[in-house]
Design a binder for this molecule. Structure first.
Ligand code: ADP
Ligand code: MG
Length: 230
């Protein structure tokens, strides 16, 4: 992880957002859950990656996201297409992106469609005075409407892991107390612990954001992640 950070900051002394490949690598260093993602640089690579995903036993539906450096809100900019199936549909979506964003775009990210679940967010932000804060909350589109978050200074204790989950207003949705099946809270705790380790290890970590993290009874999966180094 430190090697990756040093290499990036040497190539970009002012810091900035990691590209999709480095983002995935850094998340993997800390065991953070992220779906399979292919970063394809042109239409041929997009179709090749789509075929690879299908032969890996995914049901064939994919998400395609236009990529450009330093992008912030992809879906608001029209850069996310979900539930695509078949080469014709995928090709058309990619061409639509290419027409819309032109040279600004640097390929696209393909992912298998994740099964639906409760969309959470988790991440790290820097407090000017106290240092890195680990955040957990309700994610996805709900996050903009319902501000339901908890936060603790890193490094997190076992007690922090428990109370960060329990103090969310959405906690009953996670534990099953709201009537649905209990979701994988152990995986949520492992993710918070991983973020805490990442924040403590890497003082250059300016912000990290997994949103959404899709929580289900049998697991937790990130489908969108951003990391900025300084
Ligand atoms: P952004 O947050 O930049 O707008 P996201 O990559 O988070 O873009 O995509 C927006 C929404 O699309 C997500 O909150 C999620 O609901 C859905 N989505 C994105 N990727 C996938 C995926 N691989 N599987 C299922 N749903 C997805
Ligand atoms: Mg997102």
């Amino acid at each position: 992880a430190r090697q990756l950070v040093d290499d990036f900051l040497r190539s970009r002394p002012g810091g900035g957002w990691l590209d999709p490949g480095r983002t995935a690598d850094l998340l993997a260093c800390y065991g953070l859950p992220m779906t399979v993602s292919y970063w394809a640089r042109d239409e041929d690579e997009v179709l090749h990656a789509a075929r690879t995903l299908c032969t890996q036993g995914h049901d064939g539906r994919i998400a395609l996201k236009a990529y450009w450096p330093d992008q912030v809100h992809k879906s608001r900019a029209g850069a996310v297409r979900t539930g695509l199936a078949g080469e014709a549909e995928i090709r058309a979506a990619y061409r639509g992106f290419a027409e819309r964003y032109g040279r600004r775009m640097d390929g696209a990210v393909l992912q298998p469609m994740a099964a639906p679940g409760l969309e959470l967010l988790a991440g790290v932000v820097q407090d000017q005075v106290f240092g890195p804060l680990v955040v957990l909350g309700l994610g996805g589109t709900a996050a903009d409407v319902l501000d339901d978050r908890s936060a603790r200074l890193a490094p997190l204790t076992e007690h922090d892991l428990t109370t960060m989950v329990s103090e969310l207003r959405s906690a009953p949705l996670l534990t099953g107390a709201a009537g649905g099946p209990p979701l994988d809270v152990a995986a949520v705790r492992r993710t918070l612990a991983g973020l805490s380790r990442m924040a403590s290890d890497l003082p250059q970590l300016a912000e990290a954001d997994l949103n959404p993290l899709i929580a289900r009874p049998d697991g937790l999966l990130g489908v969108d992640a951003r990391i900025r180094l300084e």
